[in-house]
Design a binder for this molecule. Structure first.
Ligand code: CAA
Length: 396
């Protein structure tokens, strides 16, 4: 990896340098060596994730009082970038465990819930998963059909979730269910469900994914799963804000992961361009190659700056939904474009999985889809600019 590129734009604070250097070393030593085999075998790299847990990484987003490292969103953006640089499946695991689950619970859970679950998540004793998506409710999150029926002093959940990252091995789920589908988003409620709950079953999604092949993508079935009243996160009917708040954390992780893909592709293109000679010259000395390297470097820095801005707003607790969506949109589109261009530059060497570039190229489209497709990100950005047409009440 080139050390010469990438860091100057971040204007890192001392704590960012510590986070970046630790994650860069762990990504190289623990994740990079197993990434290719895990992708080929389509196996979640549990041993590598446990090794990261031993280094405290699974608690990075939580305060030290909960057993975490106490990193803020800027430090976390370095974490996601460094792991995304070597393996999007591990980065995706971390975005869900740290962002969608740990940070979301830290923000919305009651003290007793936080005291019970957060130390376990921080140590890696259990993994977290976020169960929102359904067959009939992907982009339209308010259309979920998993129902929560009142049952004495608690609830029973019935329904099905799909494409749940970390879903096979998670020890705790934030499950979004509706107390009344007619209420749309005002009926959505967030529940904490342990992985061993009676009536919960899980299986791997069918089919072979284009990328993120060592991620766990699971189908969950809730067959009358009993949830105690004190396991509701936030208010009954207040779960949509919990879901969106979780995505505000998680989407920074996707954006930063895409910056990692961009940096990895830029490093590979520079290394190849310097080493490979054709027509008696270094490939990097041809202007068509230089144009691509210059444009890729510029887009990489632009994606990184948008991501750091979104993270900085999170550090200051400022409203940032639009800026998070802008970072996710720009960085993931750029990752798709430049991973494809890097395959072209490297030719046959980028077309086989002996080069990680082949995997980056297959993983990048998933970044456009996970945690809200880039079409949804555009809706979020546009609504923040022009407002929603409340008279029609229709989703644009
Ligand atoms: N934070 C807090 N509140 C928010 C919010 C945010 N970021 N975004 C919206 N809200 C609030 C609104 O203010 C509104 O509140 P009021 O009732 O007080 O007015 C309420 O939520 C409803 O908002 P909208 O009217 O905008 O809702 P909508 O139904 O039109 O949908 C949407 C908005 C942005 C399209 C939303 O449905 C969305 O983000 N969809 C994409 C879902 C998604 O990202 N899924 C990915 C799941 S996770 C994953 O992929 C991977 C995995 O395994 C975990």
């Amino acid at each position: 990896m080139s050390e010469a590129t990438g860091d100057g734009v971040a204007l890192p604070r001392p704590q960012d340098v510590v986070a970046r250097d630790l994650c860069r070393r762990l990504a190289r030593e623990i994740v990079a060596p197993i990434a290719r085999e895990a992708d080929v075998e389509r196996v979640f790299p549990a041993a590598a994730v446990r090794a990261l847990a031993a280094e405290g990484i699974l608690g990075a987003a939580l305060p030290t009082a909960r057993g975490g490292l106490g990193w803020d969103a800027l430090q976390l953006s370095h974490l996601y970038e460094e792991f995304g640089r070597v393996d999007q499946s591990v980065r995706g695991f971390l975005s869900v465990h740290l962002g969608l689950v740990s940070q979301c619970l830290h923000e919305f859970a009651a003290e007793a819930q936080a005291a019970h679950w957060l130390p376990r998540l921080a140590s890696g004793e259990i993994f977290g998963a976020y169960a929102l998506t359904e067959v009939g409710a992907g982009s339209d999150a308010a259309a979920i059909a998993t129902v929560a029926e009142a049952d004495g002093d608690g609830w029973r959940l019935r329904g099905e979730k799909v494409w749940i990252t970390n879903g096979l091995s998670a020890g705790v789920f934030i499950v979004f269910a509706t107390v009344d589908p007619a209420l749309r988003h005002k009926g959505v409620t967030a529940f904490l469900v342990p992985g061993d709950a009676d009536g919960l079953s899980r299986e791997r999604m069918s089919g072979v994914e284009l990328g993120h092949r060592s991620s766990e993508h699971a189908r969950l079935r809730f067959d009358g799963v009993r949830v105690a009243r004190d396991q509701v996160v936030g208010e009954v009917g207040g779960g949509f804000k919990v879901a969106m708040g979780g995505l505000d954390h998680g989407r920074i992780g996707v954006a930063a992961g895409a910056v990692g893909t961009l940096q990895a592709c830029l490093d590979a293109a520079i290394e190849f361009g310097r080493a490979r000679r054709q027509f008696g010259r270094r490939v990097a000395d041809f202007q068509m190659v230089q144009q691509r390297i210059a444009d890729m470097a510029t887009d990489t820095d632009a994606a990184r700056l948008l991501t750091r801005r979104a993270a900085l707003l999170a550090v200051h607790g400022v409203e940032r939904t639009k800026q998070v969506s802008m970072a996710k949109l720009f960085a993931t589109e750029a990752a798709c474009k430049w991973s494809a261009e890097t395959v072209l530059l490297l030719g046959s060497r980028g077309y086989v999985n002996e080069s990680p570039v082949e995997r980056h190229y297959r993983d990048a489209p998933g970044l456009r889809i996970y945690e809200g497709t880039n079409l949804i990100q555009r809706i979020v950005i546009a609504r923040a600019l022009v407002g929603k047409d409340t008279r029609q009440g229709a989703t644009s």
